[in-house]
Design a protein around this ligand. Sequence first.
Ligand code: UD1
Length: 417
Amino acid sequence: MENKLLINGGRKLFGEVRVDGSKNSFLPIMAGCLLAEDDFCLNNFTHIEDLKAMTEILEVLGCKINCDKASLYIDTKHSNNAKITHELTQKVRASIFLLGPLLAKFRSCVVAYPGGCNIGARPIDIHLKGLRSLGAKIIEKHGYIYCFGENLHSAEIVLDFPSVGATESLMLCATLIEGETILKNVAREPEIEDLQNFINTMGGDIRGAGCDQIVIRGVKKLHGCTYDVMSDRIIAGTYLLAGAMCGGDVLLDGAIAEHNECLLALLNQTACQIDVLGDKIRLRADKRLSSISEIKTMPYPFFPTDLQAQMMALQTVCEGASVIYETMFENRFGQVMELKKMGADIVVKGQTALIKGVKTLYGADVFATDLRAGASLVLAGLKAEGYTTVHNIEFIDRGYEKIEEKYSLLGADIKRI
Ligand code: UD1
């Protein structure tokens, strides 16, 4: 039976909410556990569908997995399988992260092509080109990627684009390759640094994450460890945008302000008051905000594509006009049609959206098309007059654990039906 969210909008948000562990850190880190044959404990675990799907894949690969409320336990001592089928890769695109570790560990693996997804085609050419530079022989046939790594070697690689996933794939693979591998033009997202810290905690030797060059000294063997995965900057950003949109006084606990500098700078241009106190961020808003005239999604440290839809929801009710340029993915305006049903004034031309702020949004039946588009519709529902029903919330559950409970804590009238 379909789950939906029913929101009675129009309430201000007040209170404190804890930010969960980062999905985009967990995914490559879980893949990285395969590099050793040992026990791992990953803290700040969050029960979201993408991580459940990754757990299922690791189980098929022979890992034993347990979890409690906030930790994931992975025992990789008996991992023995290096084939991942279509049924598994369709569930979570991040299955591509397994290519690097499986290749490094078993020196051969077969992984079904992850295919496109709702936000764009999402090719993996940069991952494969990099692995080939590390000596892998790769054959793409019948929707599968066959990798052979008898002759893996260190290398100096310049990425064609600072892809987050490709940077992580190559870090994971090069960790067990003898010699020094240098990756240039890499992604600088905080998740890359989290992966570096995790690999070093398990005995690896990586430096440079956070800059545009990473140096990996290969080691022979890695061991298990306990690791605290960092908090999710996109979830933190989503709550901040909810507070800015609905008004009120919201305190985020366990947030890393430095990871959301670009968002905080933009919000500071409006009439929000933002205070950072250690790992807490407080946002107060008590009147209609003015529009942010220009927002462009770009690789970190610039404005993240994963907050574009939520930022658009905020702009629909600000005073003035805003232009949003989406430069990262070709199909990331899935929320636009739905926001328009609620009274938003948005015109899209290619990768550009022009938003003219309206005074009021009205409740409607709206349909999530992907994870972040879904998050933006929840924001719009929280602000709108009357009842909003958000459908297709399986997309939202991929990245936000029980989102309705978090907003209820802040005083919103929202429930799962
Ligand atoms: C990661 C995040 C995702 C976020 C994105 C951009 C995870 C699990 N997901 O996705 O939430 O939206 O970063 O910040 O961490 N590209 C290629 N060829 C490749 C790889 C990428 O052309 O081999 C292109 C993509 O199509 C896209 C751009 O590069 O246009 C950025 O993609 P990338 O940084 O790789 O994103 P992901 O790692 O897939």
